[in-house]
Write a protein that binds this ligand. Structure first.
Ligand SMILES: [Zn+2]
Length: 338
C-alpha cells in the first residue's frame, strides 16, 4: 500500500508504507472512500511544529469497514462509517459529558492519507450510516469528520444561540464551517473576518452577514463599530496565533464567549488581561464524536453542504501538490481521491 509521509518541512511523499492491521482487539480497519489535508497538517509542513522522524499523515476519514478486532461489537465489516480525528470509547466519564476528545482512552488518528487506515476504539469512535451514501455526498461526509465538527464545536463552545451576534476569526476551512454552524444555530448576525475574495464569497454563501477585512486591533475596532461599541456575543477563534486569539477575546462583549479551536502556536495570555476581560473561554480539540450523528443527518438529508469547502480535488498520488496549494493559500482545502 502507499501512504502519505512527512519527512520534514516541505518534504511530503506518497510512498510505500506498511498496510495497517488490527493491533488491539478494539480496532477496525477501514478502506477510505476519500481523504483530505487539514489546516493543522500545515503546521509541521511549514516547520512550525517539530517533526521527529517520518510521520504518517492524515486524520480525516470516512469509508467502508473491511475488518474488525474480536472485541468490536457494534461496528461490522461492510458498513460505511465516519469517525473523528480523536478516538474515544464513548463510555468513560469525559465521553459521557460530551468531551470525547478528552476520552480516558483517547488516541489521535494518523495514517488516513492512504487507501486503508486503522481506527482504534472502533465501537466508540465510528458512526455507521444505515446504507452506503450517494457518491456526491462523500465530500460533505468527509468534512463532518474534522473540519465541520471543529467549526461546529467552535460555535457550540462560543454558546451561539438564536439571535446571537457572532464574529468568526479565521477564513480557513474551519472558520468557514464555523459560519455554517452559527447559521444553523440561528445566529442573527455573522461577521466573517477575511481579506480573500473567494473565501468571503463562500462565507456569505454559508450565512455570513458582514465581512470585516481588518485584522488585529483594527479588526476589533471594526467589530466594535458594527456592534454599537458592544462587541460580539460569540466569537469563534479558528486560527491559533497570538494575534488571532487576542483579536477573538477583544472582539467579544463582556460576558460573551469565545470558542477557540485553532491549535495554539505561541499564544500567551496575561492573567490580568483575562481577569478584566470577563469573558467565557472554551476550546481545545473538538469533541467531534458528540456531534457526529446530528451532522451526518444534516448531510444525508441535504440540509447543509459542507463539502463545498473542498475547492481542490486531487488523486492521492498528487498529495504533495495539495499541501503546496494549501500552504500557498491557492486552495482552501484539498480533497484526495483514493
Ligand atoms: Zn471515553
Amino acid at each position: 500500500m502507499q501512504g502519505t509521509v512527512l519527512y520534514g518541512p516541505g518534504d511530503i511523499r506518497f510512498e510505500d508504507v506498511a498496510e495497517p492491521r488490527i493491533l488491539k482487539p478494539t480496532d477496525a480497519i477501514i478502506k477510505l472512500a476519500a481523504t483530505c489535508i487539514c489546516g493543522s497538517d500545515l503546521w509541521p509542513y511549514r516547520g512550525l511544529q517539530p517533526v521527529d522522524g517520518p510521520q504518517h499523515m492524515g486524520h480525516e476519514y470516512c469509508g467502508t469497514v473491511v475488518e474488525v478486532g474480536r472485541d468490536v461489537k457494534t461496528i461490522k465489516a461492510g458498513q460505511f462509517v465516519i469517525g473523528s480525528f480523536a478516538t474515544s470509547d464513548n463510555t468513560c466519564p469525559h465521553c459521557k459529558h460530551g468531551f470525547q476528545s478528552s476520552c480516558e482512552q483517547r488516541e489521535f488518528m494518523s495514517g488516513a492519507q492512504a487507501s486503508y487506515a486503522r481506527v482504534p476504539l472502533a465501537d466508540g469512535t465510528l458512526v455507521a450510516t444505515t446504507e452506503v451514501p450517494a457518491d456526491d455526498l462523500l465530500p460533505s461526509l468527509l468534512a463532518v469528520s474534522d473540519v465541520l465538527g471543529t467549526g461546529w464545536y467552535a460555535a457550540n463552545a462560543a454558546r451561539v444561540q438564536p439571535g446571537s451576534t457572532v464574529a468568526v476569526v479565521g477564513d480557513g476551512a474551519v472558520g468557514l464551517m464555523g459560519v455554517l454552524a452559527a447559521k444553523q444555530m440561528g445566529a442573527e448576525r455573522i461577521i466573517a473576518m477575511s481579506r480573500h475574495k473567494a473565501r468571503q464569497e463562500l462565507a456569505l454563501e454559508y450565512g455570513a452577514t458582514d465581512i470585516v477585512t481588518e485584522r488585529g486591533d483594527a479588526g476589533v475596532a471594526r467589530i466594535k463599530e458594527t456592534t454599537k461599541t458592544v462587541g460580539a456575543d460569540a466569537v469563534l477563534e479558528c486560527v491559533g496565533t497570538n494575534e488571532s486569539m487576542h483579536q477573538a477575546i477583544n472582539a467579544a462583549r463582556p460576558g460573551g464567549s469565545i470558542g477557540f479551536v485553532g491549535v495554539p502556536h505561541g499564544v500567551e495570555l496575561n492573567g490580568e488581561f483575562l481577569f478584566f476581560s470577563q469573558k467565557n473561554l472554551l476550546g481545545g480539540p473538538a469533541p467531534v464524536r458528540r456531534f457526529l450523528p446530528h451532522l451526518i443527518d444534516l448531510v444525508l438529508t441535504r440540509k447543509i453542504n459542507p463539502g463545498k469547502v473542498f475547492d481542490q480535488v486531487l488523486p492521492i498520488a498528487d498529495v504533495a501538490e495539495g499541501y503546496k496549494a494549501m500552504d500557498e493559500r491557492r486552495a482552501i482545502k484539498t480533497l484526495l481521491r483514493v
